[in-house]
Ligand binder design. Structure first.
Ligand code: ZN
Length: 370
């Protein structure tokens, strides 16, 4: 783990950085960071994640994981991790796991300490639902979700949701609007549910629309129980860097108590060797790293890029490849193309709120209710 040589060719380290040295150069953050959105899985990968988060000053990690990962997570990360309930995506009976099975699991998640429940309704949930027999089965405002929301609310959980994906995906893989709807249409169900369930909500990935800050402002103004996490590092770096800094600052000044730091880091034991072993081994995430050094760089690149974006005025290529560039414009970009990272340099007060205070007031306080 420590002292492992930095890998310089992996897609998560295009610039050949020594992320340990970069962490030192950044120094401790203005306040210890709470990461409200991760997916920490595995036995070995959490050890690497733990080194990374210490280096970059993250002291609390909220994570979506599996029941199977809990003993290792508790051994490695102790009570610094907190759990967000999620369905068993890789269960053999997926229909049950995504519907009644998840409702039934919520009591167990609650007993394990989870006080937040994730409702993942990215547009490709339509494909998953179609494979289970009904494309509308898992709509955010459908009967299945409402049963799950009723149960989660009854157990005293707050909600997290994933509503939409990048504009780049709507321009490509979701181009078929008759199947996937427009991006805006996905927010209609969200707004209905924000009204129906008055618990606090965190809508992940800057609400799913970092490309459109004025839309997000309207959404936040209309719903007092709505909060956003700024997780999904590549997406945030690519899109937030495109806005004039003044616009991002104005957005943060207006809504800062409702914006939370997140990374969306996914750790898997598949990342530490070329053997792909986990239930998620077949997925694209499993191929992102194949040694301890690559896993280190994968996780470190996220915290490095996020801290660089939030804290500095750096302007240059992001340290990792961004496949969305090639997806949209294959003539101009390839697998190693990276987006521009332009720092927002939030003033210390706003930075403290983003890194910690907003999460303390909202999420940590919610857990403290018992
Ligand atoms: Zn996530």
């Amino acid at each position: 783990m420590s002292g492992a040589p930095a890998s310089t060719n992996a897609e998560s380290n295009l610039l050949g950085l020594d992320y340990r040295a970069e962490a030192e150069r950044l120094g401790p953050p203005v306040t210890p960071i709470i990461d409200v959105h991760t997916h920490v899985h595995g036995e070995v990968a959490p050890e690497i994640y733990d080194e990374v988060r210490r280096l970059f000053g993250v002291t609390r990690t909220y994570t979506m994981t599996t029941f199977e990962s809990l003993p290792a997570l508790r051994r490695v990360l102790g009570d610094s991790i907190r759990l967000i309930a999620m369905p068993r995506f890789t269960a053999p009976d997926r229909l049950h796991a995504m519907t009644r099975g998840f409702t039934e699991d919520l009591a167990r998640w609650h007993a394990e300490g989870a006080r937040m429940c994730k409702f993942w309704t990215a547009p490709r949930i339509i494909d998953i639902a179609a494979s289970l027999g009904d494309p509308s089965l898992l709509r955010l405002d459908g009967a299945v979700r409402r049963e799950q929301m009723d149960r989660a609310a009854e157990l005293g959980m707050m909600f997290m949701a994933h509503i939409a994906d990048p504009d780049t995906w709507f321009a490509t893989r979701y181009k078929e609007a008759s199947v996937y709807g427009t991006k805006a249409s996905h927010y209609e169900a969200l707004e209905r549910m924000l009204e129906a369930y008055r618990v606090p909500w965190i809508v992940a990935h800057m609400g799913g629309w970092p490309e459109n800050l004025s839309f997000l402002s309207g959404l936040l103004d209309r719903h007092a129980n709505l909060h956003l996490d700024a997780s999904a590092t590549k997406w945030m770096v690519r899109e937030l860097s495109k806005h004039p800094r003044a616009d991002v600052l104005a957005f943060f000044e207006r809504h800062s108590g409702r914006l939370l730091f997140g990374s969306d880091i996914v750790t898997l034991d598949d990342h530490v060797s070329s053997a792909k072993v986990s239930p998620m081994a077949a997925g694209e995430k499993a191929r992102q790293a194949s040694s301890r050094a690559e896993a280190f760089d994968l996780y470190a690149s996220r915290y490095f890029a996020l801290r660089t974006m939030w804290e500095t005025t750096h302007d240059g290529p992001a340290p990792f490849a961004d496949g969305d560039l090639k997806m949209v414009d294959p003539a101009r970009f390839d697998d190693r193309s990276s987006a521009r990272l332009r720092g927002v340099a939030l003033p210390p007060g706003l930075l403290k709120r983003l890194y910690r205070e907003s999460a303390e007031r909202l999420v940590e306080a919610w857990w403290d209710r018992g």
